[in-house]
Ligand binder design. Structure first.
Ligand code: SF4
Length: 178
């Protein structure tokens, strides 16, 4: 496949992401995804999702494991999401990313793998042992050590910390694709 055809196939996935409800989506090189050990530390100390679902540490891949996986991909689609209802942001992001992964797979991107944000939203309480919806379980980006802030900024998104409760946050998902 020519570079041009490949670029068009990836651009098509960005359009699919938007049609599924994303605010925007951009193709980046997989090596532009920033991973740091300190991100995991933030999960462990200060996040109330730590240890509460199989999508998060200590159950999700470590930054080291995830970096190795990342090395086996050439591209990623970074998806910016502004959920219509903030109280359901996690479910909205996970559903959107799962549907995007499926669309990519059906288009021939057989290695497509989605990461969302936050813990797994599909059970009221995770049993933390054996997932009852394994087809829906995907790790959170930050839980794998992805520095979402730096990755989004590198992709050209304007991103800043929310300084008050009235600030409207954006969320991100990542689709790894070949
Ligand atoms: S689907 Fe349920 S059991 Fe599986 S990881 Fe999510 S919350 Fe846990």
């Amino acid at each position: 496949m020519s570079e041009c055809e490949e670029g068009e196939r990836l651009a098509e996935l960005c359009r699919v992401a938007v049609s599924l409800g994303a605010e925007d989506a951009r193709v980046i090189e997989a090596k532009e995804v920033v991973v740091g050990n300190w991100v995991r530390l933030k999960c462990q100390y200060g996040c109330d999702g730590y240890g509460r679902s199989l999508a998060c540490p200590p159950f999700s891949p470590t930054p080291e494991e995830f970096s190795r996986v990342l090395g086996e991909y050439r591209h990623a689609i970074l998806v910016r999401i502004e959920p219509p209802d903030l109280s359901e942001f996690s479910l909205f992001c996970h559903d959107l990313m799962l549907r995007l992964e499926r669309e990519a797979f059906l288009r021939g991107h057989y290695k497509a793998f989605a990461l969302a944000t936050d813990g797994c939203p599909y059970c009221e309480e995770c049993n933390l042992e054996s997932c009852i919806h394994p087809e829906k379980l995907r790790p959170s980006m930050e839980g794998c050590g992805i520095d979402v802030f730096a990755t989004a900024a590198k992709a050209g998104y304007k991103i800043g910390v929310c300084k008050g409760r009235d600030a409207k946050p954006s969320f991100y998902g990542l689709l790894l694709v070949e």
